[in-house]
Design a binder for this molecule. Structure first.
Ligand SMILES: OC[C@H]1O[C@@H](O[C@H]2[C@H](O)[C@@H](O)[C@H](O[C@H]3[C@H](O)[C@@H](O)[C@H](O)O[C@@H]3CO)O[C@@H]2CO)[C@H](O)[C@@H](O)[C@@H]1O
Length: 741
C-alpha cells in the first residue's frame, strides 16, 4: 500500500502524470487453485456455513459467517462502512465518498482507500462493505448519494477503482455495492427499477466494471427489484450481467435481508446471504444454512452451485492473502465498539487532505477569499459547532444537530473527534488577533445581531440525508427537497441584511438550491464543504485563510430548481428510469438548460490557462467481441491513444486545476449526450508553472452500448473532444475520426 509519506510525495508532483500503486490482476488464478484444493476438504455443513450469515448480532460484526475448522478458515467478519469502520472506536472518520469524488484526485482516492483498508485489517475486519456506486445519484435527493463518488459514471468508476485497489492492497476484501439500480431510499424495499438496457450499461453498470477491473473481492446486491425481479434473485443481473458479461470472479452477497427466496436466489447467482436471518426475528426467515443443505440433497440446488459459491468466497479470501496470519477481530459492534488496538496511525493526515481538496469554491466576488487577517469575524449558525451532545450523540448519525460531517445510516463511522468550524476558526483567529463574534443557533435575529458587529460574517448552513431505515426531521432517507435545513435561507437573508460581506459555507449531502442565497448582494462568497469527516474545521480554515487554494470540483450539477434535473420515480412500485441515459449534466446539455453551477465547476484563488490541444487517437470502429477479462470484453480496456493539453498557472499563488476531457460521439451513434466525461487529471502548479494534462483513452471511452447486438460498439465518424475547467467551461476543442468518414 501507499504510505502517507509516498502519498504526500505524489501530491507534490506538479504537472506529472501520476502513477498508482495498483495491485495484480493475475491473482485470481492462483486464488482459485487454492480454493479448489480447500473445497475438497470441506463437509457439506461447512460449505453451507461459509455461505451463510450467523444471524444479526450473531457475532462481533454486522455480518459474520461460520468458521470451517477443517481448512483453518475463520468466521468471516463483514463490516461497514464506505467512509470508515462502523461501530468501532477509535477509528478515522474519513470524508464521505462524495467528497472523495469532489477531489478528482486519483492519488487521494487511493490513499483514502488504503488507509481505511489498513484500519479494517488492523481490527480483524475481513470484508469492508464499500465502496458505493449504487446509488449513482440520478435523483439529486436520493438519500444515500453521498456514500458514492459522483453521478457521473466515469468519475464514479475511477473512485471505485482507486478505492478498491487501496483497500485490497492493505489486505481487506472490498465490497462494491449496491448492485443494481438502488437509486432511492423511501421505497427501496418495494420499488422496481425498470431500467432500459442502454442506461443500465452506460450509467449504472459502468462504475462496477471499474470495480471488477480492480479485482474487487465481493459485490452486494440491492434491496430493490430490477425490471420486476428482486435484485438478489435476478439471474439476469447476477449470473448474466455481473458474472458472465463483466467476468466477476468473486462472490455476491445479499444486502441485509435483501434475500427473498432460498432456491431461486441460489440458482440466480447469489453466493452469500446476509445477515442470515431477518432483523426482527433473529432466528427466523433463514433461507440458507441447513435449508441450503436440504435444497442440495433434494436436488433443488445442484451441488456444483453450492461448490461454486464456496469456491468464489474462498478464492476472494486467498486473493488478498487473508490466509496468512490475519488479525483476530478486535472489537464488537454491540457493546460500544471499543477496540483493543488503535489502528488510526496518521490517517488524520489523509482525512484532512481529502476534506481540504474536496472543498469547492462556488462564488468569490471581489476576491473576498482568502480572508487574510480580518479584525473581526462573525461565525453564525448551528452548523458552525459540534453537536453539544457530542458528535456521536445519535446512533448511525440519526440526527442533524450541529455541524454536518457525514450523512446517516449504515454508511457511517463513530467520530474519534470532530473538529468543528468554529473551533478551528477560533484557533486561527487567536493566533492572528481576529475578534470572533458568535451566534451558534439558527435564530435569524441573533444571527443578524452578530453579523452587524463584525467586519465579515460567515454563515453555516446544511442539508442532510441518509438510509431509509431512519427518518430525520421528516426525511425518510431521501431528502424532501433541496433547500437548506433549519431555515437556512432565512438565516442567510437576515445576516446578509446586516452585513455587506457575507460568506456562506454549505455542508451538504448533495446539491442545494442556492437561488435565495444568490439573490442577496451581500453574499460575496460561497463554499461547498460537503461531508468532510473528522477534520472538518481544520480543512475549512486551510481554505478560508489561504494556506491552500481550493481545488475541488462539483461531482454533480447544482440546478436552479429541483424540476430541472428531470429524474424521479413514480410511486412505491415503479421507477421507469424515464430519463434514460440523460442524467445530470447529460440532461442539462441535451435539453439546453442553464444550470446554476455546472458539473465539474469549482473556482480557485489562482487562474489557469489552457493551450496546445493534441489528440492522437487511432482505432477501428465496431463491436467488442473478444474474450472476457475482469471488467468485460478485453478490447474495451485497450488503449486507443491519448489527448494532451498544456495547463499554466497564470495567477500569483500555487493551485491545482482539474482538467477535464469530454467526448461527443459521432452522428452514426444512436442519440447520445452532447458530451460525456472520459478523462480528468488534477495538475498541481506553482505560479507561472506549466504542466501537461494527459488523458489516456480506451475503447470503452469511445463506445456506446448497442442494444440490438448486445455489444459495446465504437461508432465510425468524427468524435468531438472538449477539454476544460468544467463541463461548460470548455477551453480547448478538437476532433478525431474513426473509420472511413
Ligand atoms: O450493515 C450492513 C448493510 O446493511 C444495510 O443496512 C442495514 C443496517 O446495517 C442496519 O443497522 C439496519 O438495521 C435496522 C433494521 O433495519 C430495523 O428493522 C431495526 O429495527 O433497527 C435496525 C438498526 O438497529 O438495517 C439496515 C437495512 O435496513 C445497508 O443497506 C448496507 O449498505 C450495509 O452494508
Amino acid at each position: 500500500m501507499h504510505t502517507p509519506l509516498l502519498f504526500l510525495s505524489l501530491l507534490s508532483t506538479a504537472g506529472a502524470v501520476p502513477t498508482y500503486g495498483h495491485g495484480t490482476t493475475s491473482g485470481w488464478d492462483s486464488a482459485y487453485a487454492k480454493a479448489q484444493t480447500a473445497l475438497a476438504k470441506l463437509s457439506q455443513d461447512e460449505k453451507a456455513g461459509i455461505v451463510s450469515g450467523m444471524t444479526w448480532e450473531g457475532g462481533p460484526c454486522v455480518g459474520n459467517t461460520y468458521a470451517a475448522n477443517s481448512i483453518g478458515y475463520p468466521s468471516l467478519c463483514l463490516q461497514d462502512s464506505p467512509l470508515g469502520i462502523r461501530f468501532a472506536n477509535p477509528v478515522t472518520a474519513f470524508p464521505a465518498g462524495i467528497n472523495a469524488g469532489a477531489t478528482w484526485d486519483r492519488s487521494l482516492l487511493y490513499a483514502r482507500g488504503a488507509a481505511m483498508g489498513a484500519e479494517a485489517k488492523g481490527l480483524g475486519v475481513h470484508v469492508q462493505l464499500g465502496p458505493v456506486a449504487g446509488p449513482l445519484g440520478k435523483n439529486p435527493d436520493g438519500g444515500r448519494n453521498w456514500e458514492g463518488f459522483s453521478v457521473d459514471p466515469y468519475l464514479s468508476g475511477v473512485g471505485m477503482e482507486e478505492t478498491i485497489r487501496g483497500m485490497q492492497d492493505s489486505g481487506v476484501q472490498a465490497c462494491a455495492k449496491h448492485w443494481l439500480g438502488n437509486e432511492q431510499e423511501v421505497y427501496r424495499d418495494t420499488i422496481s427499477s425498470n431500467m432500459g438496457d442502454r442506461e443500465t450499461h452506460e450509467l449504472y453498470v459502468w462504475p462496477f466494471m471499474n470495480a471488477v477491473r480492480a479485482d474487487v473481492a465481493s459485490v452486494m446486491c440491492s434491496y430493490n427489484k430490477v425490471n420486476g425481479t428482486w435484485a438478489c434473485e435476478s439471474d439476469e443481473i447476477l449470473n448474466d450481467l455481473m458474472k458472465n458479461e463483466l467476468g466477476f470472479r468473486g462472490y455476491i452477497m445479499s444486502d441485509w435481508n435483501a434475500q427473498h427466496t432460498g432456491v431461486n436466489s441460489a440458482l440466480a447467482g447469489l453466493d452469500m446471504t446476509m445477515p442470515g436471518s431477518d432483523f426482527n426475528t433473529p432466528r427466523g426467515s433463514i433461507f440458507w444454512g441447513s435449508n441450503l443443505v436440504e435444497a442440495v440433497s433434494n436436488g433443488s440446488v445442484p451441488q456444483s452451485r453450492l461448490d461454486n459459491m464456496v469456491t468464489r468466497i474462498l478464492a476472494a479470501w486467498y486473493l488478498v492473502d487473508q490466509d496468512q496470519g490475519y488479525p483476530a477481530v478486535a472489537f464488537s459492534s454491540w457493546n460500544g465498539g471499543k477496540a483493543s488496538v488503535n489502528v488510526t496511525a496518521d490517517h488524520a493526515t489523509v482525512a484532512r487532505a481529502v476534506a481540504r481538496d474536496s472543498i469547492i469554491l462556488l462564488k468569490n466576488k471581489g476576491k473576498t477569499l482568502p480572508l487574510g487577517r480580518p479584525e473581526s469575524l462573525a461565525i453564525i449558525g448551528s452548523d458552525a459547532i459540534v453537536n453539544p451532545g457530542g458528535p456521536n450523540a445519535c446512533s448511525d448519525r440519526s440526527c442533524n444537530n450541529g455541524t454536518l460531517a457525514m450523512g446517516w445510516g449504515s454508511g457511517t463511522a463513530e467520530f474519534p473527534y470532530l473538529i468543528g468550524p468554529l473551533e478551528a476558526i477560533q484557533k486561527h483567529a487567536d493566533q492572528h488577533g481576529t475578534k470572533i463574534i458568535t451566534s451558534t443557533t439558527d435564530d435569524s435575529t441573533a444571527g443578524a445581531k452578530a453579523a452587524a458587529a463584525a467586519e465579515t460574517a460567515i454563515v453555516f448552513i446544511n442539508s442532510d440525508s441518509g438510509e431509509g431505515y431512519i427518518t430525520v426531521e421528516g426525511n425518510a432517507g431521501d431528502r424532501n427537497n433541496l433547500d437548506p435545513w433549519h431555515n437556512g435561507n432565512t438565516l442567510v437573508q437576515a445576516v446578509a441584511a446586516a452585513n455587506k460581506n457575507v460568506i456562506v459555507v454549505i455542508h451538504s449531502v448533495g446539491p442545494v438550491i442556492l437561488e435565495t442565497i444568490l439573490a442577496q448582494p451581500s453574499v460575496k462568497a460561497i463554499i461547498w464543504a460537503g461531508l468532510p469527516g473528522q477534520e472538518s474545521g481544520n480543512a475549512l480554515t486551510d481554505i478560508l485563510f489561504g494556506a491552500t487554494s481550493p481545488s475541488g470540483k462539483l461531482p454533480y450539477t447544482i440546478a436552479r430548481q429541483r424540476a430541472d434535473y428531470g429524474a424521479g420515480w413514480i410511486n412505491a412500485q415503479s421507477d421507469p428510469f424515464a430519463e434514460g441515459i440523460f442524467v445530470d449534466y447529460r440532461h442539462f446539455d441535451e435539453q439546453g438548460l442553464q444550470p446554476r453551477y455546472e458539473f465539474g465547476f469549482g473556482l480557485s484563488y489562482t487562474q489557469f490557462k489552457y493551450s496546445g490541444f493534441s489528440a492522437n487517437v487511432f482505432t477501428t470502429p465496431g463491436p467488442a467481441v473478444g474474450s472476457v477479462v475482469s471488467g468485460g470484453p478485453v478490447e474495451l480496456f485497450e488503449s486507443v491513444g491519448s489527448v494532451t493539453v498544456q495547463v499554466v498557472n497564470s495567477g500569483s499563488v500555487a493551485g491545482a486545476e482539474v482538467a477535464q476531457l469530454y467526448i461527443g460521439l459521432p452522428d452514426s451513434a444512436p442519440p447520445s449526450p452532447p458530451k460525456q466525461l472520459r478523462g480528468f487529471q488534477k495538475v498541481k502548479l506553482q505560479p507561472g508553472q506549466a504542466g501537461t494534462a494527459t488523458f489516456e483513452l480506451t475503447r470503452r471511452d469511445l463506445s456506446y452500448w448497442d442494444t440490438l447486438t448486445q455489444k459495446w460498439v465504437v461508432p465510425s465518424g468524427k468524435f468531438k473532444v472538449y477539454v476544460g475547467a468544467s463541463s461548460r467551461d470548455i477551453r480547448q476543442k478538437g476532433t478525431f475520426s474513426v473509420g472511413n468518414r
